[in-house]
Design a protein around this ligand. Structure first.
Ligand code: AHN
Ligand code: ZN
Length: 326
């Protein structure tokens, strides 16, 4: 009888102990991850768009660069403005600036977060021919990813993650050769800011555990498929992000199926500097271009930006960063 009692007590205390530690773990998970604010992210998107199209070599572009750099500093990041004169496919010299904000700059283990901040100079996919020489306002194709990363920077500054984080706002991504142009047709006409950074990283010998690129991450009901190059170069990173999104209830946004292969900034991060980098990019298997109907048109405006989508992406990334322990 006594023996049975002891055994019973042992089982009870064991299970009690287990339960306690589990609760503690769950608490730690929910308490330690700062709450992403979609309202705040939306404001940062609107702020950029209010400058006008951020086309390289324009006043709107230069004013926006100052804004982005000032915000990162205000949130406590160490900021480097990497300036370069880049030559576009048509010979235009682009006075470009990659804006780099670092948290825990001395930490060895680092995560790289990327989004381009420039606007495309020509809405070459606009349904109306007369609009095709106008610039793109780039609320989604540019500002949405930057807005999410600014909100994450605000939160990281208040409560530093364990890992080092480098946010880069990339310039001159969207100066690629237009559809019917007659310049250099190579894929290399896109992502000029990234190509420059990957060849001249802001810190000699720079590396990171992995990178995440955000591109067109604000449209209502956007779907993000596993982009092919991301799966090829950084499959485990894609799986980590898509799993955490599903666990948070964002499975309708993060569709766990392979989508298209897209020439984007992550390609150059993988190929030129060897950091496994994924692209979270809106992909619509039923649209002609694969992208939203606003893509590279004059309709890429604030009304296309949806707070629920910003929240799905931002919240997921906050979990990816604050749960990372390598
Ligand atoms: C191509 O059009 C080949 N890639 C798209 C890269 C891009 C442009 N992302 C946003 N704008
Ligand atoms: Zn674009």
């Amino acid at each position: 009888m006594r023996k049975i009692l002891i055994i019973l007590l042992t089982i009870l205390s064991f299970s009690a102990c287990n339960h306690a530690s589990q609760t503690k773990k769950m608490e730690a998970k929910t308490i330690d991850i700062p709450q992403f604010s979609a309202d705040s992210a939306y404001t940062y998107v609107a702020k950029q768009v209010a400058f006008g199209a951020r086309v390289p070599d324009t006043r709107a572009h230069d004013a926006c660069a100052v804004y982005l750099s000032t915000e990162l500093k205000r949130f406590g990041a160490s900021v480097i403005e990497q300036k370069a004169d880049l030559t576009a496919f048509n010979g235009t010299i682009l006075k470009s600036t990659n804006i780099i904000g670092s948290f825990n700059p001395k930490a060895e283990s680092r995560i790289l977060l990327l989004s381009h901040w420039d606007s495309r100079p020509w809405a070459d996919h606009d349904p109306i021919a007369a609009n095709r020489k106008k610039p793109v306002m780039a609320a989604n194709d540019g500002a949405s990813g930057v807005g999410i990363l600014l909100e994450m920077a605000r939160l990281m500054g208040k409560e530093l993650p364990n890992v080092g984080v480098d946010i880069i706002f990339l310039d001159a991504e969207d100066y690629g050769q237009p559809e019917n142009g007659n310049g250099d047709s190579s894929e290399n006409s896109w992502c000029l800011g990234t190509q420059y950074w990957a060849k001249h990283p802001h810190v000699a010998g720079y590396t990171a555990q992995f990178g995440i690129l955000l591109d067109m991450v604000g449209a209502s009901q956007a779907t993000f498929y596993r982009e092919q190059a991301s799966d090829y170069y950084a499959r485990s990173v894609v799986s980590n992000v898509w799993t955490q999104a599903a666990n948070l209830g964002f499975g309708q946004y993060f569709v766990n199926q392979q989508g298209g292969a897209i020439t984007d900034d992550h390609i150059f991060v993988n190929q030129l500097i060897g950091i496994p980098c994924i692209d979270i990019i809106q992909y619509d298997p039923n649209s002609g271009t694969g992208f939203g109907s606003y893509w590279h048109t004059t309709h890429d405006t604030m009304d296309k930006v949806d707070k629920a989508t910003l929240n799905a992406v931002g919240t997921t990334l906050m979990h990816v960063i604050y749960n990372w322990n390598k």
